[in-house]
Ligand binder design. Structure first.
Ligand code: GLP
Length: 234
């Protein structure tokens, strides 16, 4: 596949590697950054926070948000982004789906935002089932922003952030696979042994909707940053 692989010692080094790509893309004129949540991009956001990179004329568009919780809920992705990045590194505009807005309007609203702000660099993590954003296995590769029902795997994986499994939202809004593939450049990061299988299938497996991230094999500019554990089955 086309995927360029960078193996790093640990997630802090991965954050530095991803940061260096972002810096270079800004020098080349990148304006719109597709951002991701989860623990994987945290070291990257730390690098950006402590840097002198200026994002005050840049736009951030986030991948996804839980449905049913508002932006002030501590487990919302809006809250995560504010804490991890936006409070210290102001952007001109930040966009994230509104988890309290109805599907009838929110999906169209978000697709319009994406049409108006084509993503230059998309940051991605990956689920243990190879989901990207919240596009679970079986999602059509043609999908744009949509309402998603989370799989039990994903609810299990994300319950660590909530008081109990019952409190994990069952649905989310997510940019679709087609929305993600529209980015000019994609930086996928994965750390730890529990991502090894997803990474192996993503890079070397068949391109199939059962492995959402496998579509990245068809994108012209994907960089995969992995630690040795996540790369162990490559
Ligand atoms: C969540 C997010 C994804 C993220 C994934 C992995 O479900 N919607 O964007 O990539 O989980 O999370 P982590 O980076 O914490 O392993």
């Amino acid at each position: 596949s086309n995927i360029k692989i960078e193996i790093v010692k640990n997630k802090d080094k991965g954050g530095e590697a991803a940061y260096n790509h972002i810096k270079k893309e800004i020098e080349k004129g990148a304006d719109v950054f597709g951002l991701a949540t989860g623990s994987t991009p945290e070291p990257l956001y730390k690098e950006i926070r402590k840097s002198d990179l200026d994002f005050s004329d840049k736009v951030a568009v986030n991948l996804d948000e839980y449905i049913g919780i508002g932006r002030d809920h501590p487990q919302s992705y809006a809250f995560f982004m504010k804490e991890q990045l936006f409070a210290e590194k102001p952007f001109k505009e930040t966009h994230i789906p509104d988890g309290l807005a109805p599907e009838e309007t929110e999906v169209d609203r978000y697709n319009t935002i994406l049409d108006e702000n084509p993503v230059d660099v998309q940051i991605l993590g990956i689920g243990t089932n190879a989901h990207i954003g919240f596009n679970e296995p079986g999602t059509s590769f043609e999908t744009k922003t949509h309402k998603v029902m989370l799989t039990d795997d994903t609810i299990e994986a994300n319950k660590r952030y909530f008081d109990s499994k019952d409190e994990v939202p069952k649905h989310a809004y997510s940019m679709g696979i087609a929305s993600i593939m529209a980015a000019k450049k994609i930086i996928l990061m994965a750390y730890g042994e529990n991502k090894a299988e997803a990474i192996s299938k993503t890079v070397n497996g068949p391109v199939t909707e059962e492995v959402p991230a496998s579509i990245l094999q068809n994108h012209p500019d994907v960089t995969l940053i992995v630690d040795e554990a996540a790369a162990s089955l490559l």
